[in-house]
Design a protein around this ligand. Sequence first.
Ligand SMILES: [Zn+2]
Length: 322
Amino acid sequence: MIASFKDHVRKTGQPETYSLITTKQAFDLDNAEILAEFQVDRKKREDLRAVPCPICSPTSPKYLAGYLVWFPQERVIRAIGRECGKRINEKWDREQYAFKKRQQQEAREEYLEANLHLLPNLLLDYSAELARADAQETVWLAMRRENPAIAQYLRSGMRSGYLSVSERLNSRSGIAMTTSAGASKFREVRIGFCVGQSFVASKNELAKKLKQQLEMLSLFDFGNEPNRCFLAICDMTTAEMEKAERAIKRSKVVLDQARSRLDDFESFFSSQNIDLINQWAGHPSSELNFQLEIANNGNRFKVRSHEFGYTEIDLTTISLTQ
Ligand SMILES: [Zn+2]
């Protein structure tokens, strides 16, 4: 009935003409129950006049935002203005609050019914990304251990996304750079846009974060049978439902964030990015000179520098697609 009422209001803009409600004036709201809220489109109203209200204004225009209300004593339904109940019943705000709570609860149950049985798939996705995060963390730790100075140099150099060096201007270059502070002896040379900052980030807590989320989600794993999940929802308290809904919604956000970070980490090793970094790190004006190489079909990461020698890091576990 609620759905057909709303449909009628949407089409006609006339809640007062719906056949199953009464427009007779109401004097008592005790035990009345809000069934739904609705909005009337003024453009559909005759002379753009608002709807008369059976609480406070049965014969003249009053409201556009309304409630559909069940009156149990009279066994009738009325459509009233949303602000009107308070006029004749000081406890009406309690019913408004209870209605909001009922709506939230209904939406929560709907969400869980639609999502709870998909949770085993979400858990599989999490396990896959957790394995990736673990493998990447090992590589990240190796980079810090084997090449601490280079890792740090990369981190600060890559920070803005643009790799650049400051080139000293000599008398022969003929370029005069003037700033408000006077003549500059340096100019910035931009090499290009780099990716993969996660590989040299100062912190890497992604695996930990994914693990926590995975554990939290597992609490609500009732399998992928919709019927079984439905029964599980029926057994949940409101607090448990809230927790489950929050956990699932949050997990989807965390998973998306994790994936883009994991992809970013891998993108560091793309040949285009490595070439760019080599161009930057090999530039005569670079403060630190080194060269990177991906070898053995993407399974080895080699770093060479005069200052720190030669190191190799195993990339087998992060399975790069070269
Ligand atoms: Zn009213």
